[in-house]
Design a protein around this ligand. Structure first.
Ligand code: ADP
Ligand code: MG
Length: 516
């Protein structure tokens, strides 16, 4: 069944059909905010010196078929995953043991850990912690079966992006499927397009509701006199994916009536302060455009600080520490960011030794724990001699693996036969910075057509990666969960033969799904 679905999908476009779809998608994207700032390689600074231009986000013309059972399973497991990552974050001793090994070889992890230790020493001013997560998967086609399995690519605990834009792609494809209403002809005839619908995508509602929940849980202002409260988005300089972020802030202001401000991570220390006279350590934000109207920040939402290049100097580390020691609820805390490291995913997936899943999810039905466990692809530690090193150093087994460092944001992995040479080119004591993961093999022969941000239209074999969003608010002291929700999803589609899969890094396009 799966093979036959992919075989003649999507229907072939003649030039007029293609032109119609490309023009429709192009205009729809701009009209509805499915846009990004253009890459400098496409529109140079000279052409757009004031930064006024936006272009369509890279997007597929067709929704991609995706196995319904995998999609439903990913949604069903999200609140369990939320709970798991909250529980891990509460177990500092466990995290400490894992980080211990990395600290002497990985500056970035080591500096994050130091921020946590420094704030811990002073005492955290806030025990509530907010996670806006995205669990990423591929449908895996096992060699011996025709039933696809759901396999996790990674779990994101910081800056989980594209909730805003992915909801729009779902709307775009839904509109195309029923266009014009009553007698849809936007797409050439195909049974999937005729009968299929794109599932509802509530990413914007869910992610914003998580932030709103934290805002409310913060309670009244701790300043004297009391101040109006707000949520603060901390963002990167030259962020191209701003409209994705605006989708969340807009929902927060329009629906939840919560003031939201944006500040560059590099300007955090200029515009925020913690009064030294107030032991509650409220984080005060003074908007540069309204200096006389300070706000108290209830919740800091990080869309930055996940990658080493976000910390160019000591001042950036000071800024991160400043946030961490404040009374604002962090999304995420340093600890919660650290448990999103690939090494934690590897440790959880390890089948020998202690059963961490069962200990972290002690009150969860064992059959659900097993379902969650079955989403893990085999992963190996490279710190010591053993199976991981054997698989990685032998070109014929390396071929079926990917090597991942403790980094986020795409473009960092080493793939397949490049693995042995790469490992041999670095000192052996640095191997423990990396984990080895078996490759997930999606069903072959899926195809789609993408309109890239520079207007190029590319068609061909593709691989899809599904992300499912979840939010959780918990008390780090005692672990009580105040809010735990699943909602919304992201489909990203990359060209077959390309190893990496990021949209922001230019490797893939935003997509939606038709379930089969
Ligand atoms: P990052 O934190 O950089 O996003 P990921 O683990 O998501 O790291 O890896 C980046 C990309 O590499 C993924 O989007 C996916 O396309 C590819 N990838 C990662 N792990 C696997 C795997 N086990 N099998 C197949 N592809 C993978
Ligand atoms: Mg990823």
């Amino acid at each position: 069944m799966a093979d036959s679905i992919y075989a003649d999908y999507p229907p072939t476009l003649n030039p007029a059909q293609k032109e119609f779809l490309v023009n429709t998608v192009k205009d729809w994207a701009t009209q509805n905010g499915l846009v990004v700032r253009p890459a400098p390689a496409f529109v140079s600074k000279d052409t757009d010196s004031h930064g006024v231009l936006a272009t369509n986000a890279p997007v597929t013309l067709f929704p991609s078929p995706f196995p319904k059972a995998c999609f439903e399973e990913a949604k069903a497991l999200q609140t369990v995953y939320n709970k798991l990552y909250a529980a891990i974050t509460c177990n500092e001793e466990w995290i400490g043991k894992i980080m211990e090994d990395l600290i002497d070889v990985d500056d970035f992890i080591s500096n994050l850990w130091k921020v946590h230790l420094a704030v811990e020493k002073e005492g955290y001013a806030q025990t509530l912690s907010l996670g806006l997560y995205r669990s990423d998967y591929m449908a895996h086609a096992p060699a011996n079966s025709t039933t696809p399995e759901l396999k996790q690519v990674e779990f994101n605990t910081i800056s989980s992006s594209f909730g805003g834009l992915s909801s729009l792609v779902a709307s775009l494809h839904s509109e195309l499927l029923s266009s014009p209403p009553g007698n849809p002809i936007a797409y050439p005839p195909h049974f999937l397009l005729k009968s299929g619908t794109v599932p509802e995508n509530t990413a914007v509602e869910t992610l914003s509701a998580g932030l709103a929940e934290a805002h409310t849980a913060y309670g009244p202002s701790r300043s004297q006199p009391s101040l109006p409260t707000c949520i603060l988005f901390v963002v990167q300089e030259n962020e191209r994916n701003v409209f994705d972020q605006h989708a969340l802030s807009r929902q927060l202001t329009k629906v939840h009536k919560i003031p939201v401000f944006r500040v560059l991570s590099t300007e955090l220390l200029d515009h925020t302060s913690i009064p030294s006279s107030n032991p509650s350590r409220p984080l005060i934000y003074r908007p540069p455009h309204a200096q006389d109207t300070p706000f108290e920040v209830t919740t800091v939402y990080l869309r930055c600080f996940y990658t080493p290049s976000d910390y160019k100097s000591d001042r950036d580390w000071q800024a991160r520490t400043h946030i961490e020691r404040s009374a604002a609820i962090k999304c995420p805390t340093v600890l919660n960011q650290l448990v999103g490291s690939k090494i934690v995913q590897q440790v959880l997936a390890t089948t020998t030794g202690p059963d961490h899943l069962t200990s972290f999810l002690a009150d969860t039905d064992p059959s659900i724990i097993e379902r969650l466990r079955s989403t893990f692809a085999p992963q190996y530690d490279l710190s010591v001699s053993g199976k991981g090193r054997e698989l990685a150093l032998n070109p014929s087994t390396a071929e079926n693996h990917v090597l991942k460092p403790q980094r986020e944001g795409g473009g960092n992995n080493i793939y397949k036969t490049a693995i042995p040479d790469f490992l041999n080119s670095i000192p052996e004591n640095e191997w423990k910075r990396w984990i080895l993961m078996e490759l997930i093999h999606p069903p072959a022969a899926a195809k789609n057509v993408a309109l890239r941000s520079d207007g190029e239209v590319l068609g061909g074999g593709v691989i899809g990666e599904l992300g499912v969003y979840g939010t959780i608010l918990w008390d780090q002291k005692g672990g009580k969960i105040h809010h735990n929700e699943q909602g919304g999803w992201l489909m990203r589609t990359k060209a077959e033969g390309v190893n990496e899969g990021g949209v922001a890094t230019g490797f893939s396009s935003l997509d939606s799904v038709i379930l089969f």
